[in-house]
Design a protein around this ligand. Structure first.
Ligand SMILES: Nc1ncnc2c1ncn2[C@@H]1O[C@H](COP(=O)(O)OP(=O)(O)O)[C@@H](O)[C@H]1O
Ligand SMILES: [Mg+2]
Length: 290
């Protein structure tokens, strides 16, 4: 077992991804690709919070946040250190229960659901949840992610061509993230930036509707950042992506919309060009108000 698997129940996830396929699959992927043509014009709300609040022993880390995420967007959450970004992210991904407020996914109240239950609905947190096995090869990791999703589909496994289908799909996903020539390596042998690409491939294997990314470029050098930036843009086709991100070049290049948090509250929201000109945002980052 990989060290990353220690903190979640793999069986829980495995049974959930079976569900993902039975509810979703190729048809929904096609539908989403069609939808992606209307990218940026969609007004469908994917995720919504109302008065979301989280206190830690009286300290309010996220305060009364009412937030809307639109279908097809790459939406970045930014803010100075300690602003509450990670806490907000953990509330959305159900890793923390809110003190008050509500969270809706496509109109359904998911405030009390568990991470595995939202994964079943197509909400997938990358990097943490899409754990990779360090001593399996890159292609094996992707194949396992696909198998997790296909798990108990009896008809699928009866088919003689099923293994070929799996292999083809795994190769397709590796190509999508630029890892086609790395398939034979053990995951542990991949350079850091390429590991993230593998994690994205295993996330995509689950055919998510909404991908949640926590600091996807953290700890990376320029070259890797550019690669991951392009990758996020590519995987966002026909999907919605919410990311917490520090790197402003990433935020300005690929976000459709930005939410700025400060002291647990929304300070500003809008496209980068608008938000970056907002004097309150400039002040929050430069700290001139202190
Ligand atoms: N588990 C916790 N217990 C107590 N305080 C916490 C906890 N998690 C975060 N905080 C506090 O909440 C505030 C926001 O933290 P965090 O969400 O990590 O901010 P960011 O990710 O924007 O840097 C910080 O002041 C932090 O110390
Ligand atoms: Mg943080």
């Amino acid at each position: 077992m990989g060290e990353k698997l220690d903190d979640f129940d793999f069986r829980d996830i495995a049974s959930d991804f079976t569900f993902v396929l039975s509810n979703r699959g190729a048809g929904s992927r096609r539908a989403r690709l069609q939808k992606s043509e209307s990218r940026l014009t969609s007004s469908t709300v994917v995720l919504k919070t109302e008065g979301l609040t989280k206190s830690f022993m009286g300290f309010v880390a996220v305060q009364d946040v009412s937030f809307t995420l639109h279908e097809g967007h790459i939406h970045a959450v930014i803010g100075p250190n300690g602003a509450g970004k990670t806490t907000f992210f953990n509330l959305l991904t159900k890793f923390l229960p809110p003190t008050s407020g509500r969270i809706f996914y496509r109109g359904e109240d998911i405030t009390r659901l568990k991470p595995a239950q939202i994964a079943r609905r197509g909400v997938v947190r990358s990097f943490q949840i899409s754990a990779t096995f360090p001593h399996l090869t890159v292609i094996e990791n992707v194949r396992i992610a696909l198998q997790r999703k296909l798990g108990t589909m009896f008809h699928f496994w009866r088919s003689e061509s099923s293994l070929t289908v799996l292999e083809d799909r795994a190769r397709e996903l590796l190509a999508q993230v630029g890892l086609e020539s790395f398939g034979h390596l053990e995951a542990v042998e991949l350079p850091y930036g390429r590991k993230r690409a593998l994690e994205i491939a295993t996330t995509l294997a689950l055919d998510p509707d909404l991908i949640l990314l926590d600091e996807p470029t953290q700890g990376m050098g320029h070259e890797d950042i550019d690669r991951v930036k392009a990758l996020i843009k590519r995987v966002a086709q026909g999907r919605t992506v919410l990311m917490v991100e520090h790197n402003m070049s990433v935020v300005s290049d690929i976000s459709d919309r930005i939410t700025v948090l400060q002291r647990g509250q929304i300070l500003a929201e809008g496209p980068y060009a608008q938000v970056s000109q907002d004097p309150r945002v400039v002040e929050a980052y430069l700290g001139t108000g202190h």
